[in-house]
Write a protein that binds this ligand. Structure first.
Ligand code: DAH
Length: 343
């Protein structure tokens, strides 16, 4: 036992005095003290010579010694690292730096921001609402009672815990929430993600982004709607683009229309994007149905309003001539990188 103690003391002294100046020194230290045939193993081997009644004490001593060697090794290794950083003699400051790759906004965000900015300049403010909606805000209040055939126009994801809950199929639900607050006049745009149970293809996805707009005040007319949307199209696509309205049907507007713009890909001559018609539909719109106003506690004899809704993906595809909707959600940097300068 005494012999063991003496050995340990001697090694400790030796270790404390050690100075290293290179990685090789550090490795020799490791091999000498911590290696498989190293001193630590040797000293541990001496345990067998210690009498039984002293084994416990010797075990503690050996453990302490083991920790001592290990912590010294770590300290030496750390000091090596700091000195090598400090040692600038090998540093070549003429080497080129590590290039940082520049990020970019997602094309959908770019177009979302553009749309929002255009309407903000007309005095619209942004309103947002929940993506999980109840039946009232997504359907019933919008003049789509249960079993109304128009509900089939939008295949809906329902939430199994509660049949009243669903993933909103449009952001018209936000318009209802804002109208229910009763602050008039109301001039809002509602951007956000919406969900529909559709088979994924180049032209459809189970989720996409919309911007819907709503203006309610006294004496709002269809002429106001047209003028607002003309302004939007010119700002978004330029002054050369032609616009046309077609009569349509939505349960929440009367009269209702769809708005087309002349095809930006073929300039109206006819191509696969515009299905050879020269026109592309970009939004639905109309005068808010009096029943919708009544459902939200707004006096439909006093107030009128217009509403419109468009898909951001559709606008982005036209603007940047993107042919496949799936590219927007695949996160392929080769696609996304093309929009670096478009921010
Ligand atoms: N909610 C409709 C849709 O998702 C789009 C729409 C049409 C919104 C007419 C409107 C509107 O606000 O007035 O297909």
């Amino acid at each position: 036992m005494n012999q063991l103690l003496a050995h340990i003391e001697q090694y400790k002294k030796e270790i404390t005095a050690i100075k290293i100046s290179s990685k090789e020194d550090l490795e020799s230290f490791r091999i000498k003290y911590l290696g498989t045939k190293g001193i630590l193993k040797n000293v541990m081997g001496e345990m067998k010579n210690v009498p039984i009644d002293q084994k416990k004490e010797a075990g503690q001593l050996l453990n302490e010694f083991k920790l001592f060697v290990e912590s010294n090794y770590e300290a030496l290794a750390n000091s090596m690292e700091t000195t090598s950083v400090k040692d600038k003699s090998n540093l070549d400051i003429t080497l080129p730096g590590q290039p940082l790759s520049v990020g970019s906004r997602h094309p959908i965000s770019i177009v979302h921001n553009k749309i929002v900015q255009i309407f903000q300049r007309l005095g619209f403010s942004v309103a947002e609402g929940p993506e999980i909606e109840d039946d009232w805000h997504n359907f019933s209040a919008l003049n789509l009672p249960e079993n109304h055939p128009a509900r089939d126009m939008q295949d809906t994801f329902y939430i199994s815990q509660n049949p009243d809950w669903l993933l909103r199929t449009h952001t018209s639900s936000v318009q209802i929430r804002e109208m229910e607050k009763g602050d008039l006049p109301l001039r809002i745009i509602c951007p956000g993600r919406v969900y529909r149970n559709e088979t994924i293809s180049a032209r459809a996805h189970c989720f996409f982004n919309q911007v819907e707009g709503l203006y309610i005040a006294e004496n709002v007319s269809f002429a106001d709607l047209k003028q607002t949307l003309y302004f939007f199209v010119k700002e978004m696509f330029g002054t050369d683009v032609k616009v046309r309205f077609r009569p349509s049907y939505f349960p929440f507007t009367e009269p209702s229309a769809e708005m087309d713009i002349s095809c930006l890909i073929c300039d109206g001559a006819g191509c696969s994007v515009c299905k050879k018609t020269g026109w592309v539909e970009i939004l639905g719109c109309g005068m808010v149905h009096p029943s919708v106003l009544d459902n939200c506690g707004i006096d439909s004899n006093k107030y009128t309003g217009f509403a419109f809704g468009m898909g951001i993906e559709r606008i982005t595809m036209l603007l940047y001539q993107v042919k496949d909707l799936r590219l927007f959600s695949e996160n392929d940097v080769r696609f996304l990188r093309q929009f670096t300068s478009a921010i």
